[in-house]
Design a protein around this ligand. Structure first.
Ligand SMILES: *[C@@H]1O[C@H](CO)[C@@H](O)[C@H](O)[C@H]1NC(C)=O
Ligand SMILES: *[C@@H]1O[C@H](CO)[C@@H](O)[C@H](O)[C@H]1NC(C)=O
Ligand SMILES: *[C@@H]1O[C@H](CO)[C@@H](O)[C@H](O)[C@H]1NC(C)=O
Ligand SMILES: *[C@@H]1O[C@H](CO)[C@@H](O)[C@H](O)[C@H]1NC(C)=O
Ligand SMILES: *[C@@H]1O[C@H](CO)[C@@H](O)[C@H](O)[C@H]1NC(C)=O
Ligand SMILES: *[C@@H]1O[C@H](CO)[C@@H](O)[C@H](O)[C@H]1NC(C)=O
Length: 448
């Protein structure tokens, strides 16, 4: 009897050992930046910090930096060199792409490009490999982003998508990532319509083959529309490639690839709207860290950053906002609505200059926050929130966390394209494409 127990125990121990050995062997490969690759990111350093915040790094994992030899390089540097973008004496340098870097020990790793101004423009990545981490835990190896918000059902009424939303169909300021990001969280079904919003004479839109798309070859398009806005009905499933035929436009990023799914013919019922957050009548106060891991900075993607952050949150009297920043580089001011609109910080309601700045919301209504630092407000370091008075009656802590289940609920009506942050997309067009990226970032961050 005892003997059996011991052998069972031995077997279990062996099993555990074998399992842990196996898991230590397993290496995760993290493709840095995902499909963005290792480039000068259009939106500045937030690209890679966002990417990194979605990953779980473990000892033994591999970072795969995809870049073209001669266009980029990869240097591992010290923290000081990273902060200063000083590429004088890197710890290591890889000049041929793609380059793999094995995270052989726990600790902080700093990577930059040594090319002129690349690091300053945001081609830099800092990651942390926690002590005692093995390669077993965590999400899958490839940086699979979380499923987009509002997973569409396979049958719904056809939608019209305005390509690029407010950006329209132009040479996107940030390069091809713009339309890639735009398409990212959308599911296209047969019957849907793409609306390319452009000014006749300034742009055009051609549907081309994959080869022509990859080569930006506009010689023999499948179809060409020169009058804007132009609509294109996605009549059959498969991949669709669109470019502009105008000189260099495609090379500069005016290109869109989408994948169209066969719409299930059975039903034409619209996608069921996502249930709106349960109305909250009372709950315990919540402490919100503004911007989560982004902190309180001049967001590279513009004001959409904090608008997106605030989007799915309910603020109530008694809640606290925490603004994290580096002392001396930012501050927090609360201002009036009109001052907020004009970025006038000369008569703040209150000002806090040291981090972390904690502001408890003591009154209902709209509250406006920005920074007094020169141009910070104009560049998007601003937050407005609407504070609800939930009443102090019951005080039952019914909800401990804001209803951020990672899904930034799109406001979906029967014939409205699922435009997450539709309330937040009325912003300068050039910033539009960061919406999805930030959504992904914040959605995941809120999980931590
Ligand atoms: C860059 O780093 C090198 C070596 O670490 C150092 O000698 C140099 O002063 C640094 N340059 C700047 C501008 O900080
Ligand atoms: C980098 O790692 C990936 C995944 O293990 C592998 O497919 C690729 O060949 C490696 N590339 C180089 C340059 O070693
Ligand atoms: C197309 O762009 C114009 C000019 O930016 C804008 O006024 C219009 O609302 C856009 N149309 C759609 C359908 O988004
Ligand atoms: C499009 O969808 C098909 C089938 O789901 C898939 O095999 C293909 O890789 C997809 N293409 C792109 C560009 O995502
Ligand atoms: C900012 O300064 C205050 C007061 O000197 C200090 O308590 C706080 O720790 C500093 N915060 C940071 C983030 O350095
Ligand atoms: C703020 O919330 C109140 C109460 O819910 C509402 O009446 C008001 O319209 C909101 N203001 C904004 C700007 O959303």
């Amino acid at each position: 009897m005892m003997r059996t127990k011991i052998s069972v125990l031995a077997f279990l121990v062996a099993l555990v050992l074998a399992t842990s050995l196996y898991t230590i062997e397993a290496q995760k490969v993290h493709v840095v930046g995902g499909s963005l690759g290792w480039i000068v990111p259009p939106g500045g350093p937030i690209a890679y910090s966002t990417w990194a915040s979605l990953q779980t790094f473990s000892t033994g994992d591999i970072l795969e930096f995809n870049f073209n030899t001669g266009e980029q390089d990869l240097a591992r540097v010290t923290k000081e060199a990273f902060d200063a973008c000083n590429a004088t004496s890197p710890l290591s340098l890889q000049t041929t792409g793609p380059a793999n870097y094995t995270l052989s020990s726990p600790g902080d790793y700093y990577f930059i490009s040594t090319f002129d101004r690349h690091c300053f423009l945001g081609q830099k990545l800092a990651i942390n490999v926690p002590q005692g981490s093995s390669s077993s835990a965590g999400p899958s190896s490839s940086p699979q982003p979380p499923p987009p918000a509002g997973t569409p059902s396979t049958s719904r009424t056809p939608l019209t998508y305005v390509v690029g939303d407010d950006l329209g169909w132009i040479v996107p300021p940030g390069g091809p990532i713009a339309y890639r990001t735009w398409a990212y969280d959308k599911t296209f079904f047969t019957g849907d319509i793409l609306l390319f919003n452009f000014t006749t004479g300034q742009q055009d839109v051609a549907r081309v083959t994959k080869e022509a798309f990859d080569a930006c070859n506009s010689a023999n398009p499948i179809s060409l529309q020169t009058n804007g806005p132009a609509s294109y009905t996605l009549s059959s499933p498969g991949e669709y490639y669109f470019i502009s035929t105008l000189e260099r436009h495609c090379f500069l990023g005016q290109k869109l690839v989408i994948n169209v799914t066969q719409s299930s013919p059975s039903s034409s019922s619209p996608a069921s709207p996502r249930p709106s957050p349960t109305p909250v009548t009372s709950r315990a106060p919540i402490t919100y860290v503004v911007g989560d891991k982004l902190g309180w900075i001049v967001p590279p993607g513009g004001p959409i950053a904090y608008r997106t952050w605030a989007y799915d949150k309910i603020f109530a009297v008694g809640d606290t906002l925490v603004f994290n920043f580096e002392n001396g580089t930012q501050d927090v001011v609360e201002v009036t609505k009109s001052a907020y609109g004009s970025c006038d910080t000369s008569n703040p309601i209150r000002i806090i200059t040291t981090s972390p700045a904690r502001i408890t919301l003591t009154s209902a209504g709209e509250h406006f926050f920005t920074s007094t630092y020169s141009r910070h407000c104009f560049l998007g370091q601003k937050l407005n929130i609407n504070v609800t008075d939930l009443g102090t009656g019951t005080g039952s802590p019914s909800i401990a966390e804001p209803p951020s289940d990672g899904s930034f609920s799109p406001v979906e009506g029967p014939d409205v394209a699922p435009a997450p942050f539709s309330s937040a997309t009325r912003h300068p067009a050039a910033l539009g494409f960061f919406v999805s990226l930030l959504a992904i970032a914040f959605a995941s961050l809120s999980v931590f």
